[in-house]
Ligand binder design. Structure first.
Ligand SMILES: Nc1ncnc2c1ncn2[C@@H]1O[C@H](COP(=O)(O)OP(=O)(O)OP(=O)(O)O)[C@@H](O)[C@H]1O
Ligand SMILES: [Mg+2]
Length: 346
């Protein structure tokens, strides 16, 4: 929950919202260009914005773009995950507390609203707000006044609020699961981010951009997209949207064997619960001992790829994450990839 410093290398041929180059809103499809126009417009005024879209469509990125394109760009951008704040800490997290406000409050805390003063507060996953949080937030949105826990005076924060939701907030409101007064306060400007399925041509554009970015990040050659990858990217339904695509390219960039990005099926390196069932059915053709050995080999390979991806390809960091000695971790890597995948490095 800190100010963003995100920003990576530009990829050629990528449309970005004017001035939003550090926030890399990549995409050229008509559906996405329409959303980009709304993002630019939202940045030019100071009203509350509601950003809706499926998971991984770029809602947080869009909120950052709005902030950094707006006059508030030099003040903090503070994201708050609404579902993650425990109710008993809610007011203290949002509004801060004075010293001695409760037993553990040895120091005063400014709170997220205070941190965002002059800048932008992103209420992320707003659909996960409890009823009580909704009331607390509504009160704040009415006049931007709040009181620190244990404080005697009321304060005012000059904060622009952006809310984001994975769910259809209007439907939740109609069903009585979200307060309508809060919904109307939030939904002054609305930006709907299209799913990747709706964004014709963008999966390929994004994949190329991610491969460029990765080559800069790891100081390794750019990997072009294999023609079969392009066919796959264009036909896949992308339930996890851009995040799924980004992770897929990241894994393949780091661990794919050839000079090109070659993906022909979703998450071919990943373990899935249902994949285990399918594997068990396949393995039933073998005796138990060999079937188990095959399954263990598959698990190890998938696990290693996943943890190495999480560690950004850094073997020592991955070993730490796995809770293994680096030498033992390297032995395991070499068992699967004799070339060692960086294990010869000190
Ligand atoms: N148009 C885009 N161009 C480049 N990168 C993008 C774009 N959209 C999303 N991404 C990347 O995809 C990932 C997911 O984006 P983000 O976290 O903003 O999605 P989200 O909609 O907030 O997802 P969730 O609902 O799961 O929180 C991030 O790494 C982000 O940088
Ligand atoms: Mg998000």
């Amino acid at each position: 929950m800190r100010q963003s410093t995100r920003g990576d290398g530009a990829a050629p041929g990528c449309a970005v919202a004017r001035g939003a180059r550090d926030h890399r809103l990549i995409g050229e499809s008509p559906a996405f260009v329409e959303a980009l126009a709304l993002i630019s417009k939202s940045a030019q005024c100071d009203a509350t914005v509601l950003i809706e879209g499926e998971t991984g469509t770029g809602k947080e990125l869009a909120a950052r773009a709005i902030h950094y394109l707006s006059v508030r760009r030099d003040a903090p951008f503070i994201p708050v995950n609404c579902g993650a704040i425990p109710e008993n800490l809610l007011e203290s997290e949002l509004y801060g507390h004075v010293r001695g406000a409760y037993t553990d409050a040895r120091e005063a805390s400014i709170g997220l609203v205070g941190q965002a003063d002059g800048g932008t507060l992103l209420l992320d996953e707003i659909e996960a707000m409890t009823q009580r949080t909704q009331i607390v937030m509504l009160r704040f949105l009415q006049d931007h006044q709040y009181r620190m826990v244990g404080g005697k005076t009321s304060r005012r924060a000059d904060v622009r609020v952006i809310a984001s939701s994975n769910a259809d907030l209007e439907a939740l409101t109609n069903e009585g699961r979200f307060r309508s007064d809060l919904y109307f306060r939030l939904n002054v400007l609305a930006v709907r981010l299209p799913s990747l399925r709706e964004r014709t041509g963008d999966a390929v554009l994004l994949a190329q951009a991610f491969s460029h970015r990765l080559s800069e990040r790891y100081g390794k050659p750019f990997k072009a997209l294999h023609p079969e990858t392009i066919a796959f990217l264009e036909s896949y339904a992308w339930p996890g949207n851009v995040r799924e695509l980004e992770n897929m390219i990241h894994r393949e960039y780091l661990f794919g064997d050839g000079p090109a990005i070659h993906i022909t099926q979703p998450d071919r390196h990943r373990a899935h619960g249902h994949a285990c069932a399918a594997a068990a059915a396949t393995h039933a053709a073998q005796d138990f001992k060999s079937a188990k050995a095959t399954a263990v080999m598959q698990f190890e390979r998938t696990y290693l790829l996943e943890i190495l991806t999480r560690a950004g390809g850094n073997v020592s960091a991955a070993a730490r994450l796995a809770g293994k000695e680096r030498s033992a971790f390297c032995r395991l890597i070499r068992k699967h990839w004799p070339a060692g995948m960086g294990c010869h490095e000190p």
